[in-house]
Ligand binder design. Structure first.
Ligand SMILES: [Zn+2]
Length: 238
């Protein structure tokens, strides 16, 4: 009798375990279905479109302000040129893909955390902690993407707007605080041209020098990761 019980104990545990895994798998499927039904692509698309529309409005407003401060001329616009609309469309598509990839990675990682937890028989409190930790990674990654994208799109919009006003040149403006990198700091106040990121001028565009000769960054303001520098476009209404 006793030996029979002993022999039975293993299959019973196995059965219980597999029942638990089945329940969990069913639950994961339901969670996935619910997430799918949220239509993440539509959500990502409206998020990206709204984000870029706000960015574009702010870019236009701050450029109007910069031009007024520099020249005293009050202008409205330039509005959305075909170039600007094209850039925004491309950026919306890129951002939808970025937002969707964060969500897919998140679901995959949560799935793995749950599976590992079941296999290793860990406590559920540990599972909750791990899921929360994973959530933080997603949030901080989303924030980094948002920050980098904002600066990049702003930089490209400013260039397109300035060029549509006939501007070829800009003054580099750095944030000049403890987080400003040395190769960005040396560019602060430098006269630059939109169509060549490798040069600057000391005589307002008469002659050009290599940025590498002063250790200056060879990209446009706002393009390097975490860069907070901006262009101050030089616009002549003469
Ligand atoms: Zn910078």
């Amino acid at each position: 009798m006793v030996s029979e019980l002993k022999n039975d104990s293993l299959p019973i545990n196995d059965a219980l375990f597999s029942k638990g895994v089945q329940l969990l798998a069913a639950q994961m499927t339901r969670i996935n279905e619910r997430l799918e039904s949220l239509n993440i692509n539509a959500f990502a698309a409206s998020l990206a479109a709204g984000f870029l529309e706000r960015l574009n409005r702010n870019n236009r407003r701050s450029m109007d302000g910069n031009i007024k401060r520099a020249t005293g001329i009050d202008i409205t616009g330039p509005a959305n040129t075909p170039d600007i609309r094209e850039l925004l469309d491309v950026k919306i598509a890129e951002n939808v893909a970025l937002i969707s990839s964060i969500k897919t990675e998140y679901i995959n990682d949560i799935g793995k955390i749950v599976r590992d937890n079941v296999i290793n028989g860990e406590r559920s409190t540990r599972l909750i902690t791990e899921i929360k930790e994973r959530g933080k990674v997603t949030e901080s990654r989303a924030k980094l993407i948002a920050r980098t994208e904002t600066a990049k799109v702003n930089s490209q919009l400013t260039q397109l707007r300035a060029e549509s006003l006939g501007s070829k040149y800009y003054i580099w403006s750095a944030s000049n605080d403890e987080r400003t990198r040395p190769d960005h700091e040396v560019m602060d106040g430098k006269y630059c041209k939109f169509d060549d990121d490798t040069v600057y001028s000391d005589d307002q565009g008469k002659t050009w020098k290599k940025r590498s000769s002063i250790g200056g960054v060879e990209q446009a303001p706002g393009i390097p990761i975490n860069c907070r520098c901006v262009h101050l476009p030089v616009v002549n209404f003469g």
